[in-house]
Design a protein around this ligand. Structure first.
Ligand code: ADP
Ligand code: ZN
Ligand code: MG
Length: 484
């Protein structure tokens, strides 16, 4: 046992996929020319007034409920003041001490272990504009020549999920985020596109003597959006903090920057405090009221939560926990798998293919489950041939590759490329007879009791048929011929 125990708490931001912005009618878009979706409200012209986007509130409530939070009947928007070029009002409309929802619980898996993390709150705010730092390296402000602002993103609905410091390891932090992302995607409120920064997080980490109650002083890694870097950054920050403490020093509460190239963290600045932001209630917006009946309606329309789906997959399809997490953790793969099962494909065979060849194909092609040429119905047609013994495992993989390449159908490819498994006894008996005739010495030895030579004969037949013979049937035929 290590003498120190890590404690991690995450604050997660998710941009919502609403059609319009949080407080104005501008379209929420990606990839359009800069500054083409702006108006007096999101550019903060004097006198322009914000109006709350009702759909954004509904989406936020969905997330809050899916995390088991209590939606507060009344919540208040506050102004969070800070000056920066990405914020034309010089304040962000956010929520403060009366947030949309509080006191939830998120359950997630790390391997076979189910962990839970209390959710402190879910609140609503607006995204800042996007700053583009030009002329430097890697788009960072340090070393850049000049910066540009794209206000298209400014005012996009954003929710913040604040987790309690309940996460016990860097690996668990990564799992937490990946599974939270799956949950949000499944709710249909955000695609959580990583490259576009639709989901980003701050990770707070401290250490304390193992078993201690009191939390240590934390440092904060800000604005991350790579799962791998998150885990690496936390893994490098842990020994740093432990070394400081073991040398009798104290951890400064600082914001850190992680450099993936060197794999180390460096302090950026001392951490801001809430009073630095001079929060005060937004005078241009009335408090938000979420009626009980409406909240119940949103609750009833929620899809099955991933954690429940994983349990169901284990019970219904007899999958291992590992397979159930891989297949049931995300809604798109879960849907694909259930479509396969609905086609009457054996649950285990379907699971092996969905996680094996099919997933490899998705990765290679950069596709989401259920997209591309290989639909569940097309894959099912292939797997029926495997289940029926018409295709061997190897043959099926060849056919699958050709289905992808030629955008074809399994049956058609099998016949055109002559890839079917030979299960015709008469045809195979001829081959078996020929093989035995070619190896009289081995036949003699087998008859004298060297039983393991059966495998040799099967191998010879497989070779003679270029691997297309049904190996089980060949085994039977070889034994029959030798005992005859
Ligand atoms: P702020 O908003 O200033 O960042 P909060 O107190 O709201 O501060 O905490 C923010 C995040 O930091 C939460 O996700 C919480 O779980 C986490 N956190 C707070 N204290 C610790 C700690 N000692 N160790 C690790 N994480 C912490
Ligand atoms: Zn606008
Ligand atoms: Mg923070």
């Amino acid at each position: 046992m290590s003498a120190w125990e890590p404690v991690i708490g995450l604050e997660v931001h998710v941009e919502l996929d609403t059609q319009t912005k949080m407080f104005c009618g501008c379209a929420v878009t990606k990839g359009d020319p800069p500054n083409t979706h702006t108006c007096p409200v999101c550019l903060a012209h004097p006198g322009a007034l914000p109006v709350v986007n009702e759909r954004a509130v509904e989406y936020a409530v969905r997330i809050a409920l899916a995390l088991g939070c209590t939606v507060r009947p009344r919540s208040v928007f506050h102004r969070k003041n800070y000056f920066y070029p990405d914020l034309p009002k010089a304040y962000q409309i956010s929520q403060y001490d009366e947030p949309l929802a509080v006191a939830g619980l998120f359950e997630y898996w790390v391997g076979e272990q189910k962990l839970s993390c209390r959710i402190n709150r879910v609140h609503m705010e607006e995204d800042a504009a996007k700053l583009i730092h030009a002329g430097g390296d890697a788009g960072r402000i340090a070393g850049s020549e000049y910066s540009m602002v794209d206000f298209n993103r400014g005012g996009t609905p954003l929710i913040e999920i604040v987790g309690e410091p309940d996460i016990p390891s860097p690996e668990a932090a990564r799992e937490f985020l990946q599974q939270l992302r799956n949950l949000v995607i499944g709710l249909g409120v955000s695609a959580c596109n990583m490259e576009e920064g639709q989901i980003r997080w701050d990770a707070n980490i401290s250490v304390r003597p193992a078993g201690a109650e009191r939390l240590g002083t934390r440092t904060e890694l800000k604005n991350m959006n790579s799962f791998r870097f998150l885990q690496q950054a936390l893994e490098s920050e842990l020994p740093r903090q432990i070394a400081v403490l073991e040398a009798g020093g104290a951890i400064g509460q600082v914001t850190l920057h992680f450099d993936p190239e060197s794999g180390t963290t460096t302090p950026l600045r001392s951490k801001e405090e809430a009073h630095d932001y001079r929060y005060f209630p937004e005078p241009d917006l009335v408090p938000l009221t979420a009626g009980e009946a409406w909240v119940d309606e949103v609750r009833r329309a929620l899809p099955e939560p991933p954690a429940a789906r994983v349990e169901r997959f284990m019970a219904q399809y007899g999958l291992s926990r590992y397979d159930a997490v891989v297949l049931g953790g995300g809604s798109a793969m879960a849907r694909f798998y259930e479509e396969l099962a609905a086609e009457g494909i054996d649950a285990k065979l379907a699971a092996n293919w969905a996680m094996g060849e099919y997933s490899a194909h998705l990765n290679a092609a950069g596709l989401e489950p259920g997209h591309g040429h290989v639909t569940a119905q097309r894959l099912a047609a292939l797997l029926r041939l495997v289940a029926g013994g018409e295709l061997s495992g190897t043959g099926a993989k060849q056919v699958f590759a050709l289905m992808v390449e030629e955008r074809g159908e399994a049956l058609d490819i099998v016949s055109r490329h002559d890839l079917g498994q030979v299960s015709d006894s008469a045809e195979l008996e001829t081959v078996v007879a020929a093989v035995l005739a070619e190896h009289p010495a081995q036949v003699e030895q087998f008859r004298a009791g060297k039983d393991q030579l059966a495998g040799f004969f099967v191998g010879q037949v497989m070779k003679a048929t270029q691997g297309k013979a049904n190996p089980q049937l060949v085994g039977e035929l070889v034994r029959a011929a030798l005992s005859g």
